[in-house]
Design a protein. Structure first.
Length: 189
């Protein structure tokens, strides 16, 4: 029975990486991450239907989503000290910052999905099992045939023994009758 898929997320830079997987272990493998990201509370289960929709449509594929707007991300970096500016340069700096904050950041295309795991070892194991079962069945068939032959031999032997017993019993009965007759005649004398 197939396990139900769950959606997990982990923060990666300015993105959240989502993946639909049956287990935490499968999610970790899809991300190519450390085994203890769930223990360190870096990764978590996602239950929001809006966030789970895209990952559930592509199970096992890592889906990246930008966390916040570009302006929010720049603001999260904190303020840096501005170099001393000339008179009139303040307006230039403010215009440049405003232009940068309204510019959209191009998201990198998602990495190519990892190739599907190879079934070669599973196919090889299934083939070996099928061959072994066929060999076992052939050996059992041979034993059943030998058993049937032994039953036929036993029946033939029993028939021969019965015929020989009847013949020998008849011979004995005849000899006994002759002895009884001879004994009767001897007593009569």
């Amino acid at each position: 029975m197939a396990r139900a898929l769950k959606v997990y997320k982990i923060p990666i830079g300015f993105h959240d990486a989502y993946v639909a997987a049956p287990t935490q272990k499968a999610a970790i493998e899809a991300w190519g991450s450390d085994k203890d990201v769930f223990q360190r509370k870096q990764a978590e289960l996602v239950t929001d239907p809006e966030l789970t929709k895209a990952p559930l449509e592509s199970p096992g594929k890592v889906i990246k989503r930008l966390r916040g707007t570009a302006a929010e991300q720049i603001a999260a970096l904190g303020e840096t000290k501005k170099p001393a500016a000339r008179k009139g340069a303040k307006a230039e700096l403010e215009e440049g910052a405003a232009a940068r904050s309204t510019r959209k950041v191009k998201a990198k295309p998602p990495p190519k999905p990892t190739p599907r795991p190879s079934r070669a070892r599973l196919d090889e194991a299934e083939q070996a099992l099928a061959e072994a079962e066929a060999g076992h069945e052939a050996a059992l068939k041979e034993i059943r045939e030998r058993e049937a032959e032994l039953v036929r031999e036993r029946k033939a032997l029993e028939k021969n023994q019965d015929e020989e017993r009847e013949r020998l019993e008849a011979r004995r009965d005849k000899a006994e009758a002759a002895y009884e007759e001879a004994l009767r005649r001897w007593r009569a004398r």
